[in-house]
Design a protein around this ligand. Structure first.
Ligand code: UDP
Ligand code: MG
Length: 140
């Protein structure tokens, strides 16, 4: 079993898509170990996306991510990191494969409805960022 960090972004919560995305997560065999609604501050968004701080889209991205509610999720499944990336689809919804969440719901490369960790080290950082201390059950 593996854990990953996922988020339903403000563009999706604003359009009332959280339930449909959560249904898809459960249909895909993920167990939801942690879930909460967060309206993050700009500073929290900057900390979460610190790896991207030199990128040209960093300012717009952190303004968007702090513009409304998100759902932050700790998910568990076999091959969780790769599988959630596959279910989300490509970063740019215009390039995402049919049937992926970003193809179905994403509005633009920025407003692409969901986030997912891309590797074990980023999953560990992101899970700890939003679920600090002992909020999640201990790994089996
Ligand atoms: N993003 C953007 N413009 C870009 C690339 C990325 O606004 O040219 C945003 C988009 O919301 C993306 C996030 O920044 O999901 C993080 O980018 P990353 O390359 O890590 O994509 P992801 O891992 O989310 O697919
Ligand atoms: Mg990424």
């Amino acid at each position: 079993m593996e854990r990953t960090f996922a988020m339903i972004k403000p563009d999706a919560t604003a359009r009332g898509l959280s339930g449909r995305i959560l249904s898809r997560i459960e249909e895909e065999g993920f167990e939801v170990l942690g879930m909460k609604i967060v309206h993050m501050s700009k500073a929290q968004a900057e900390g979460f996306y610190a790896v991207h701080r030199e990128r040209p889209f960093f300012g717009d991205l952190t303004t968007f991510m702090s513009s409304g509610r998100t759902v932050v999720l700790a998910l568990e499944r076999t091959d969780a990191i790769r599988h959630w990336r596959d279910v989300m689809g490509a970063t740019n919804p215009a390039e995402a494969a049919p049937g992926t969440i970003r193809a179905e719901f994403g509005e633009s490369i920025e407003r692409n409805s969901t986030h997912g960790s891309d590797a074990p080290d980023t999953a560990a950082f992101e899970l700890g960022y939003w679920f600090p201390g002992a909020e999640l059950p201990a790994a089996q």
